[in-house]
Ligand binder design. Structure first.
Ligand code: GLY
Length: 570
């Protein structure tokens, strides 16, 4: 049976006629391993799953460009990485195109028309994060499928071709890794709690590495999208299934919400750091502006002479992170609904002024509003992919359901998880969301508004040519992980592998503490404690995927060691 399936996959791609002979394997859903880094000349893809990276690579080999590969990789992730890859969530795309243009696409979820600022408050005014995080009411109107179609004008191949690997993976199945089996086992209780219909992820006996996950309902949904385009999701059968699911669980997304959803091209957030130009996502992601603020706050200091992760360097970066995240809580949100003072927050004079209170060797503190130490979330799930081709296109996409498996509600009969992105709004001023982030009016819920994100898909240019394609999952730790990865490469001259895999740290203003990974230097940790910082040891921060363009023009693609992440190229 397995051999038959392998042959079927190979036959499909051979039948497509254009797959070039290469030592790189074709889609191998029943036998695959991780590849953590590769150097390639024609194109490269890095994503959270080997089969998704393979799907992107196949598309490049079939004559597609980086945008084609990004679309195929996202669709494959929706099948093989259901905890964060998605069609029931949303994301952002940042691209540098071969003609020199920088573009971004916003396909973030929106609040349904029946959403309102107090929808998660009880009669006494108490906030219920249970409702904003779990089950039907936690879901925003999904944006991913609209985003993929909004990407198509920059692609070369047909959508039918780009979606086919995902349909095959859903229909014929793929084998689970150890990590995925464990993750699905941890999900079983929530699946029972938040679903009334059968779905592919529920199982009475534990999932094991090597089990095959077949997603027939999802294959049918993807087939409808293949046949009818975005209307195959936002209208007709799929839309009806989503609304029926909403009705079963007191959710509020309607047929009208779905029909009205559009992805939005946005003006990229661009700034210079030394000799580099950094292209990022504007609102409703805080990522581009936070990265801008943090990079510019450290720029006047000689950080390269302080040494990688010396206490001096970490303190400087932590204080930049603290100040940027304080602004995030107060000022940032969907600028279609709230006047975010982006220019003022990024002005050099303002950022210089912010660092006037920075005292080397002594911790600042964030306690001008009530502190609230919240536990680190168990699942900061989102996923990032970086793609590049030899035509001059580079694409960074970060996409999410918010928490791992989103709301943990699968649309009955349609086979995909709905997001729990409503929790990224500020459901009540000062009430922390699942990442411990607080907010206020700027990020309050309004019908049709997009919730503030931290996703930071980023492209660094040198002489208007791609140099780095970067991004990561990790909730509020996303901008600080991207910040550190850039500083590691640009200032500390770390190899790409070290820049990705060396321990990360994180400060987000509130709670007032520095989160550090378990393998963070204990000498630096002790020095920081002596300066007055509270440290909090935790598990992995992010899963960063980087492509670097080497001086000889080749692409060095590096997948994070922290997961099943995988780099492919040819
Ligand atoms: N849901 C995580 C983010 O958008 O920041």
């Amino acid at each position: 049976m397995r051999l038959y399936h392998c042959l079927l996959f190979i036959a499909f791609f051979t039948a497509c006629g254009t797959a070039k002979k290469s030592s790189t394997p074709v889609l191998t859903p029943y036998s695959y391993t991780n590849q953590k880094n590769i150097t390639a000349g024609k194109g490269a893809v890095v994503s959270a799953h080997p089969l998704a990276s393979q799907a992107g690579l196949l598309v490049l080999q079939q004559g597609g460009n980086a945008v084609d590969a990004a679309i195929a990789t996202q669709l494959a992730l929706a099948v093989v990485y259901p905890g964060a890859g998605n069609i029931g969530g949303g994301g952002f795309l940042v691209a540098h195109l071969k003609d020199g243009r920088n573009i971004t696409l916003d396909y973030r979820e929106k609040a349904p028309a029946a959403g309102h600022r107090d929808m998660y408050l009880d009669a006494a005014g108490n906030a219920s994060t249970d409702k904003s995080q779990n089950g039907h009411l936690a879901a925003g109107v999904p944006g991913t499928i609209a985003g993929l179609f909004a990407s198509m004008p920059y692609a070369k191949l047909s959508f039918e071709k780009l979606i086919t690997p995902a349909i095959l993976l859903a229909e014929k199945g793929f084998v689970l890794t150890e990590r995925e089996a464990r993750s699905l086992n941890n999900l079983q209780e929530d699946l029972k709690k938040y679903n009334t219909q059968p779905n592919a992820f529920m199982k009475n006996t534990p999932w094991k590495a090597g089990d095959t996950l077949v997603q027939t309902d999802l294959a049918r949904t993807l087939q409808r999208v293949k046949e009818k385009g975005a209307a195959g999701f936002y209208e007709g059968e799929t839309a009806k299934l989503i609304v029926a699911e909403m009705q079963r669980g007191k959710g509020i997304i309607t047929l009208e919400d779905l029909k009205k959803y559009t992805a939005q091209p946005r003006e990229p957030h661009v700034f210079d750091y030394k000799t580099y130009t950094i292209v990022g996502m504007p609102m409703p992601s805080s990522g581009g502006l936070l990265l801008h603020q943090m990079m510019k706050m450290i720029e006047p200091y000689q950080i390269s002479t302080m040494g990688f992760q010396s206490a001096e360097a970490v303190q400087l970066m932590v204080e930049a992170e603290r100040r940027a995240y304080a602004d995030r809580a107060e000022y940032m949100g969907d600028k279609d609904f709230y006047p975010v003072p982006e220019k003022a927050l990024a002005a050099t004079a303002y950022l210089t002024d912010r660092m006037k209170t920075f005292t080397p060797g002594k911790a600042s503190n964030s306690n001008d509003i009530k502190p609230g130490v919240v536990p680190v979330p168990e699942h900061e799930e989102t996923t990032h992919l970086s793609v590049i081709d030899n035509e001059g296109n580079a694409v960074a996409v970060t996409t999410t359901l918010n928490g791992g498996y989103g709301s943990r509600t699968v649309v009955g009969g349609a086979g995909f998880f709905l997001n729990n992105e409503m929790d990224d709004f500020s459901i009540k001023p000062g009430v922390p969301n699942m990442y411990g982030a607080v907010g206020g009016e700027a990020n309050a819920i309004k019908p049709g508004k997009r919730m503030l994100s931290s996703m930071t898909p980023t492209i660094v240019l040198q002489n208007n040519k791609p140099y780095l394609v970067v991004g990561t999952p990790g909730g509020t730790t996303i901008p600080t992980s991207v910040f550190q990865t850039l500083v590691n490469i640009i200032e500390f001259n770390l190899s790409t592998i070290d820049a990705v895999n060396k321990p990360k740290f994180h400060h987000q203003w509130l709670p007032d503490r520095v989160d550090i990974e378990n393998d963070f230097s204990s000498a630096t940790a002790i020095a920081l404690e002596m300066m007055g910082y509270k440290l909090y040891k935790r598990g992995a921060i992010g899963r960063t995927e980087v492509i670097k363009v080497l001086p000889n023009g080749k692409f060095e693609a590096v997948a994070d060691k922290r997961g099943d992440d995988d780099a492919r190229g040819w």
